[in-house]
Design a protein around this ligand. Structure first.
Ligand code: AMP
Ligand code: ZN
Length: 145
């Protein structure tokens, strides 16, 4: 493991799993990532794709790992669809406790889906069209190159 966030990583459950100090049921590993079954699955077959090194959220993730993560999610998502015979899956990634992130070590969830409504992702209420342009501008105006 590299030295990034070494202190935070000390008590991190995913760092411990990556190091083999906490058991996990692995489905994949390479030099940068491991993937293992979620211990409290949203649906049967729910697993996590986790970098070996400790980065708390998307903000800290290096671009070379991000460039690898989505093709890996595609590959493992395909394997889940074929192997579990499911017609779809959710790719989920939480950033920050307010967004429901419980383990502050960046990870992707792959959640196999068998039927609509299994987990409560719902469409939101219609946007307030008087606010939407201003909300958009607050984001647009802060995109760094
Ligand atoms: P998040 O809310 O995005 O941080 O998701 C953390 C996920 O990690 C949850 O779905 C947990 O069930 C899962 N999790 C926590 N500890 C373990 C563990 N020891 N082995 C496998 N999955 C875990
Ligand atoms: Zn960690």
């Amino acid at each position: 493991m590299t030295n990034n966030n070494a202190k935070a990583a000390e008590g991190c459950v995913f760092c411990q799993i990556a190091a083999g100090r906490i058991p996990s049921i692995r489905i994949y590993e390479d030099e940068d990532f491991i993937a293992f079954m979620d211990i409290a699955p949203q649906t049967e077959g729910h697993f996590l794709i986790v970098p070996r090194d400790h980065y708390p959220t998307l903000e800290e993730m290096p671009e070379f790992l991000l460039a690898r993560a989505l093709p890996l999610a595609q590959k493992l998502g395909r394997a889940a669809m074929t192997g579990l015979g499911v017609p779809g899956f959710n790719l989920l990634q939480n950033n920050g406790a307010v967004a429901g992130q419980v383990v502050p070590h960046w990870h992707l969830h792959i959640i196999p889906r068998r039927q609509e409504g299994e987990i409560p992702f719902k469409a939101g209420a219609p946007a307030d069209l008087t606010r939407l342009p201003f909300v958009a501008e607050n984001i647009r105006g802060n995109i760094c190159q």
